[in-house]
Design a protein. Structure first.
Length: 194
């Protein structure tokens, strides 16, 4: 399969908001870069006029006022704004799979909550299968339709359906301790939305 076809199937978002954007490029240039990933021409630089309105409409849905700052260099944005832009860039071509690697961990609590809400909205509206790695147990239980817990690279717990809907953080921690013979301090959680 051609690289540009694979690239259009997978979106990813890192923990560090700086990693998902080009700081010396404008918001619209970053969006154009992401939008053009799906084409054979790849990462060509340039913003097409016909795409600017699409970018403005999509970024307006973030409710962060960025639609009026399309010519602003991304390096001037806050961490939360950059992460929201990175999320939009990762999903602008509606990938089949979205990988979220602790994408709210580096943000303040208010920004993290806003990014989670934006994430849920985009994933739901675009019907994107999503894998989110997180240390935040409560967030993992509130988000998605399936929770998988790993210990040293092995799946020790996989819950979905009514069992997951009824799950509480204390009960999940108890199950983790029983299955792994460890405490939950340093393990990762994964939610799958499919």
């Amino acid at each position: 399969m051609a690289e540009h076809r694979r690239a259009s199937m997978i979106g990813r978002l890192f923990q560090d908001p700086v990693k998902g954007t080009a700081p010396d490029m404008t918001i619209e240039e970053n969006l154009a870069l992401a939008y053009n990933r799906k084409s054979k021409n790849g990462l060509r630089i340039g913003v097409h006029r016909k795409d600017v309105q699409i970018f403005r409409e999509k970024i307006a849905q973030l409710n962060m006022g960025l639609e009026n700052r399309m010519k602003t260099k991304v390096g001037l944005l806050s961490g939360g704004q950059r992460q929201a832009l990175s999320l939009l860039m990762a999903t602008i071509s509606t990938p089949r799979l979205l990988l979220l690697d602790e994408h709210t961990a580096a943000l303040d609590p208010a920004s993290a909550e806003k990014i989670m809400l934006i994430t849920k909205n985009i994933v739901s509206q675009e019907s994107i299968t999503t894998m989110m790695i997180t240390h935040n147990i409560q967030s993992a239980l509130k988000t998605g339709s399936r929770t998988i817990m790993l210990d040293r690279g092995k799946i020790i717990l996989d819950i979905s359906g009514q069992e997951r809907a009824d799950m509480t953080v204390p009960r999940l921690m108890e199950l983790f301790s029983q299955q792994s013979k460890n405490t939950l301090d340093n393990d990762r959680m994964l939610f799958v939305n499919n």
